[in-house]
Write a protein that binds this ligand. Structure first.
Ligand SMILES: NC(=O)c1ccc[n+]([C@@H]2O[C@H](COP(=O)([O-])OP(=O)(O)OC[C@H]3O[C@@H](n4cnc5c(N)ncnc54)[C@H](OP(=O)(O)O)[C@@H]3O)[C@@H](O)[C@H]2O)c1
Length: 323
């Protein structure tokens, strides 16, 4: 890993760059856009790339990464690549084959981080989103601890450097941490986090367990069909706007910088060249303790991704509690 790029230590001895590039493709955007955007992101200086099996873009993202390795911009070890286990592959015997499928699409030998995408096992089979007649996702009774053991085996097999979780609440994390015979702790928990949902309790809990919190939706989400449209637009917030003015930056940069200064790794997706470059400016300024307090006070438990329509009613639905 190129240490010019700011990283934080994970509990297994590896390092994660504190700014990551999101690769989920919004509705109506052609998948090919992700190739161009990922190349631009690497050229702009991003070294952490966040993706997932279910985004169905790992072929494209892999192509972009390999082309930037081939042209000498980066080496494989400079890139920190994250993939995620989709919910229909929670059965222990499906975990490693699913990661192998991702690696085949990526045409890489290993990923840096492999996460359980949601603590919500779904019926395994052909469909990525198996639904009943009411349109609700069909859950499957798989113990998260059994899935975690299969994740540990992926690390031992060298297919991933680190393993972690995503969208877990404190109870789900406790379940893994208290598992009999736990071999590796999750290195991180990737969750929605921004000034309107600052996850203070979950962050404190994760810090107390040496688990890094990784923020998605950090600049207010893509606001596509997976998000709640009845939510205020983060980047239109006047307080963010006035801090942006004060620092001669943009609201997006204030929102990203906020996470870095509270010890949170921030992801940001942009497929726009100007904004990709702009987001790298997060390393060029600092917020004062007073600014941080003002931003903390913006918390209002606005969740852009409640995924209620699909997951509400699942026995493991994670978003009832603050932690
Ligand atoms: N683990 C999970 O369950 C989960 C869930 C959601 C997302 N994620 C990950 O997190 C990544 C980021 O999340 P996200 O895409 O929902 O939300 P996000 O990064 O908060 O927001 C992305 C939106 O902000 C815009 N944007 C980016 N930089 C900007 C800037 N400097 N100024 C103004 N607008 C800016 C982008 O538009 P342009 O493209 O037009 O710039 C895009 O519409 C995803 O791509 C994915 O990798 C993970």
């Amino acid at each position: 890993m190129d240490h010019k790029h700011q990283c934080v230590a994970l509990n297994d001895g590896y390092f994660i760059p504190v700014l990551g590039f999101g690769t989920s493709v919004p509705d109506k955007v052609p998948k090919s856009e992700v190739i161009k955007a990922t190349k631009l992101a690497i050229e702009a200086g991003f070294r952490h790339i966040d993706s997932a099996y279910v985004y169905q873009v790992e072929e494209e993202v892999g192509l972009a990464i390999r082309s930037k390795i081939a042209d000498g911009t980066v080496k494989r070890e400079d890139i920190f690549y994250t993939s995620k286990l989709w919910s229909t592959f929670h059965k222990p015997d499906l975990v490693q084959p699913s990661l192998e499928q991702s690696l085949k699409k990526l045409q890489l030998d290993y990923v840096d981080l492999f996460l359980i995408h949601f603590p919500l096992p779904l019926q395994s089979g052909m469909s990525l989103l198996p639904k009943d007649e009411q349109g609700k996702a069909i859950s499957e009774a798989v113990d998260l601890c059994d899935t975690w053991e299969a994740m540990e085996k992926c690390k031992d097999a060298g297919l991933t450097k680190s393993i972690g979780v995503s969208n877990f609440n404190c109870q789900h994390l406790e379940m893994i941490l208290n598992k009999t015979g736990l071999k590796y702790k999750p290195v991180c928990n990737q969750v929605e986090c921004h000034p309107f949902l600052n996850q203070r309790k979950l962050l404190d809990f994760c810090k107390s367990k040496d688990i890094v919190l990784v923020a998605y939706g950090a600049v207010g989400s893509t606001r596509d069909r997976w998000t709640d449209q009845n939510t205020p637009i983060l980047l239109d917030d006047p307080v963010l706007g006035s801090l942006a003015k004060k620092h001669k930056r943009t609201p997006a940069l204030i929102a990203l910088r906020y996470q870095l200064q509270r010890g949170v790794v921030a992801l940001v997706k942009s497929f726009n060249e100007k904004r990709i470059k702009e987001n790298m400016q997060v390393f060029e300024f600092q917020l004062t303790p007073e600014d941080m307090k003002i931003l903390d006070d913006l918390n209002r438990n606005v969740r852009y991704y409640p995924v209620v329509d699909v997951f509400y009613g699942h026995p493991n639905y994670p978003y009832f509690d603050e932690c």
